[in-house]
Design a protein around this ligand. Structure first.
Ligand code: 4AZ
Length: 433
């Protein structure tokens, strides 16, 4: 019934009323249209911004290339085999500036990301430099064209002015390289990490961050954490001999990498465990072993090796060092899931051997670190893990291997470590490193 009355009212409207109503409807439509148009434009703008952000942030594909060339005015020296040597670092600096200069001044400046010397070999007494270059581009479907542009840009530069480097442009080689292999090469240098932890200032330590201690490994027996270990190459680890007192069959052991015990990033089985021939439990001397993994790990920003110091190197007493591990947070306490770090000081053997401390038990192959007041220390389950020290150039060296101590963090009972420099030649004799 309500509907019928409305229709009647509609019929008795005057023409003037009708025309007003029509123009009202038009106005309403126009206002409505404007709002709709506005919304539509906002949606389009949001989509465009979204697509742009996506392409800037994610849409670019990484491309990696391996190049090499001979440098006629640099004689080869075995120091180029050590990525922490001054010779290697100076050469890398020169090469990186040459690459930056080449690409920053070219049309590829927005695509060029980074370059790094990954190896130095020799040819007729001169050095051959191997470099990995990283680019980012949206040219997914035109990789060949992109590759050619890079190759030509490089070749033109190497033929022209290369500053203090006399480059043999005929020796120039260029090839594509897969991402995992390139990242592996880019992360091969020892003792370097990609992250700078937010705070630096175990027992008395704190949670570590992802990638902060990329050489730390967990040695596991039937998938249960037993000991720490340090990655020293892509297939060798160094640890403590006493980790294998009960079980020394490699079949029972595996190794895992990553910040959390519950979420390993990489795992490997073990093919060989080499225990120091003069380690005799329960004596603490020669508490060192090297562990050969069944297959090499690929280096990433979170899995890298620590540098081994030269046998002649001395870590100064009272200097800072860091011990890391998944050991208990107090004597007979619980094992944490997240890797812990503790800042300690290196203590000289004389002080550590004093009556009040370990009264003569510290031999030259041992190194003490911690505080005579206690507080920060390694504990059960940290054994075999690293004590590392950073040099003035930000490169981390393995100073000690967690070995023993009287309980954990007690006053006058600092942690005792296997002194890595003392066993440097032994490590080389077993691993070739
Ligand atoms: C252990 O039992 C252990 N406070 C390791 C290190 C220390 C003590 C005990 C040093 O594995």
């Amino acid at each position: 019934m309500a509907k019928g009355q409305a229709q009647e009212r509609e019929q008795i409207r005057t023409p003037l009323q009708n025309s007003r109503r029509q123009s009202n409807t038009k106005m309403k439509l126009t206002r409505c249209g404007k709002i709709t148009l506005g919304i539509l434009m906002m949606v389009i703008a949001a989509i465009v911004i979204g697509v742009l952000v996506y392409f800037i942030a994610y849409g670019k594909t990484p491309f990696y290339y391996h190049i090499s060339f001979k440098v006629n005015n640099i004689d080869y020296d075995s120091k180029f085999q050590k990525s922490y040597s001054q010779e290697y670092m100076d050469l890398n600096k020169k090469i990186v500036s040459l690459m930056n200069e080449t690409f920053h001044r070219s049309k590829l400046r927005r695509q060029y990301v980074t370059s790094h010397v990954v190896q130095v070999s020799q040819s007729r007494g001169k050095i051959v430099v191997h470099i990995v270059l990283k680019f980012k581009s949206c040219y997914k479907n035109n990789a060949a064209k992109f590759r050619d542009r890079i190759k030509i840009t490089l070749y033109q530069k190497l033929m022209g002015n290369t500053g203090s480097l006399q480059i043999d442009s005929f020796s120039f080689k260029f090839s594509d390289i897969a991402m995992a292999m390139a990242e592996n090469l880019l992360n091969t240098c020892c003792g370097r990490r990609t992250i700078t932890p937010s705070g630096n200032k175990i027992v008395g330590g704190m949670n570590a961050e992802e990638g902060e201690w990329p050489w730390q490994a967990s040695l596991q027996q039937d998938n249960v954490h037993r000991c720490g270990a340090t990655l020293i190459s892509n297939n060798w680890l160094v640890t403590a001999a006493h980790c294998f007192i009960e079980v020394n069959d490699p079949k029972n052991w595996n190794v895992s990498f990553g910040l959390l015990l519950s979420d390993p990033q990489t795992q490997r089985t073990i093919k060989d465990i080499i225990i120091h021939e003069h380690y005799h439990y329960p004596a603490h001397e020669n508490d060192i072993a090297v562990v050969h993994m069944s297959s090499p790990v690929l280096y990433t920003s979170n899995i890298r090796r620590a540098c081994l110091p030269e046998a002649t190197f001395t870590f100064p007493p009272n200097s800072d060092a860091v011990v890391t591990g998944w050991g208990t947070l107090k004597h007979n306490g619980e094992i944490p899931n997240i890797l812990q770090k503790g800042l300690v000081k290196i203590i000289d053997n004389k002080t550590c051997n004093s009556e009040a401390v370990y009264s003569g038990d510290i031999t030259p192959g041992m190194l003490c670190a911690g505080f005579l007041k206690g507080r920060v220390d390694a504990c059960q389950g940290d054994s075999g893990g690293p004590l590392v020290r950073e040099n003035s150039k930000g490169i981390w060296f393995l100073a000690g291997i967690v070995s023993w101590g009287d309980e954990c963090a007690l006053p006058n009972k600092p942690g005792v470590y296997t002194r890595v420099t003392y066993y440097r030649d032994w490590i080389k004799s077993k691993t070739g490193l």
